[in-house]
Design a protein around this ligand. Structure first.
Ligand code: UN1
Length: 487
């Protein structure tokens, strides 16, 4: 079986920590061996990045943008191959894997255009003959730590703005999807990104991720993953620019005036698409009590019919979970739900004997204080909660520590706007599910979902650049701000 290497300073090199394997979650078979990077490998990558960064940031931003456009073109060309590889490595169904690669194309194209913008502001001075503006500077060497659930798109959300802003990167992907990372890195190399600007180190969070987070020369960290790791990063990164995209416990409110079939489609897609493994996945349905029974029956009917299987099979609706631990986690939460007194309507068990499959699971009679209604499960486990008034629904929506995505199905514009105003989340959808963010809008959340950063769109540029305020005094004399002001 192939042994894949790290990419440091433009060379594919072995690590000093041995290798580990990546597993196909449908077959449980290994698909390749990857480097288990040690802290010393991370240090070499940081040194290479430091050397390359100045030269890279001196290249005019429009030219950097052109290189990003080449990455987009290569991604487009390789879309099918990458999507298949992604399905093989982490399980999501092929149509979704294609969407994942497309999201990377989209962000690469968007950020390529930023090469000709990277706008600052100009603003008047309080003094005569003085000019004020802001310009953007790179952060420097940044560490990027990415998850397995969007193994091409999420790295691209971080890499593309980082590159167009003139940073150099040390990237550690999840150990569940190192092959996707190697393949994306190869495209980046082929597109002409200079040696040392993007460095790839694979391996478990400890020691490689730890070394990235703590490294003194690292100026920024961008992480997407669990809340606990995010908390650890804030405690260990020291003074760095840190961007965090953490968990979610996203809900869908269904009003009694909603189009129920439309809502049903949205719930099935939000809860069981990507086997529930999106930060934006819907894990709570907050449904008006008048339509609860009808909705519940229809939902269970649909959930039971979903076909589980390999994501490469075009008949499959729901692929496997990413690994054995994920199956155990879903099972653990099902047991917790039962003990807490929630009523299991369907699913609640593993599917088949080979592969990490778990049946789409629906609980009802769930109350907001139950753990299944509060904690992120990251699997196909959905909780139904009922309400009488919109205010109550919004209160339930907000009764969790997270605040990433949210949705309301209603045909009443007042309800829609009240939800937009009162839901505490980074994203609110009206008459659409909780998943499906587009790359030119800010992506991120409030409360324990993050630390205020928003990825993608123009906010992606903010995450990966520093702002400098520039004052140009052409009066030829000392002018004291706040003091020599004309009144
Ligand atoms: C994630 O799950 O971390 O909005 C990202 C969506 C996708 C991105 C999800 N475009 O569901």
């Amino acid at each position: 079986m192939a042994v894949y290497k790290n990419y440091i300073g433009g060379n594919w090199v072995p690590s000093s920590g041995g290798v580990f394997s990546s597993i196909n979650p449908s077959t449980e078979k290994a698909i390749g061996y990857f480097q288990k990077s040690a802290a010393s490998d991370v240090s070499k990558a940081v040194d290479a990045a430091e050397d390359a960064q100045k030269k890279w940031s001196n290249i005019p931003a429009p030219r950097r943008g052109e290189i990003l456009l080449s990455i987009a073109q290569l991604l487009r060309k390789e879309k099918e191959r990458l999507a298949r590889l992604e399905t093989t490595e982490m399980g999501k169904v092929l149509t979704e894997a294609r969407g994942d690669v497309q999201e990377a194309v989209d962000i690469a194209e968007y950020m390529a255009g930023e090469g000709r913008r990277l706008f600052g502001n100009t603003t008047p001075s309080e003094l005569r003959n003085k000019f004020c503006m802001t310009v953007r500077m790179p952060v420097g060497v940044v560490g990027i730590i990415t998850p397995w659930n969007f193994p091409i798109a999420i790295p691209a959300w971080k890499l593309m703005p980082a590159l167009v802003c003139g940073n150099a990167v040390v990237w550690k992907p999840s150990s569940d999807t190192p092959l996707c990372a190697v393949e994306l890195t190869k495209l980046i190399e082929k597109a002409g990104v200079p040696k040392g600007v993007v460095n790839l180190v694979t391996g478990p969070g400890d020691p490689a991720g730890t070394a990235i987070v703590r490294h003194k020369k690292m100026r920024g960290i961008s992480f997407t993953g669990s809340r606990d790791t995010g908390l650890w990063i804030t405690q260990n990164a020291g003074i760095k620019k840190v961007g965090l995209e953490l968990g979610g416990k996203n809900g869908i409110i269904i009003m009694d005036d909603a189009d129920i079939d439309l809502a049903l489609d949205g719930v099935i897609w939000g809860a069981f698409g990507t086997t529930g493994q999106r930060c934006t996945a819907a894990s709570r349905v907050i449904v008006h009590e008048k339509i609860k029974k009808k909705f519940e029956n229809a939902l269970v009917n649909r959930a039971r019919k979903l076909r589980l299987g390999s994501g490469l099979d075009s008949k499959t609706d729901v692929g496997p979970l990413v690994n054995k631990a994920a199956v155990e986690k879903s099972q653990r939460y099902v047991e917790i739900g039962k003990k807490e007194g929630a009523k299991l309507l369907c699913g609640g068990e593993k599917h088949g004997t080979r592969g990490f499959f778990y049946k789409p699971t629906v609980f009802t009679e769930v109350s907001i204080d139950m753990r299944i209604a509060k904690e992120e499960i990251f699997g196909p486990v959905l909780s139904i909660i009922s309400f009488r008034k919109l205010e109550e629904a919004v209160e339930y929506m907000n009764a969790v520590d997270y605040g990433l995505s949210s949705s309301i199905y209603t045909n009443n514009i007042k309800n829609a706007f009240q939800a937009i105003e009162n839901i505490e989340a980074g994203i609110t959808y009206v008459n659409a599910s909780t998943i499906g963010a587009e790359v030119h809008l800010p992506f991120g959340g409030v409360k324990q979902t993050g630390n205020g950063t928003r990825e993608a769109g123009i906010t992606g540029i903010e995450e990966f650049s520093e702002i400098k305020a520039v004052y140009i005094d052409y009066s030829g004399k000392l002018q004291r701000a706040q003091i020599d002001i004309e009144r």
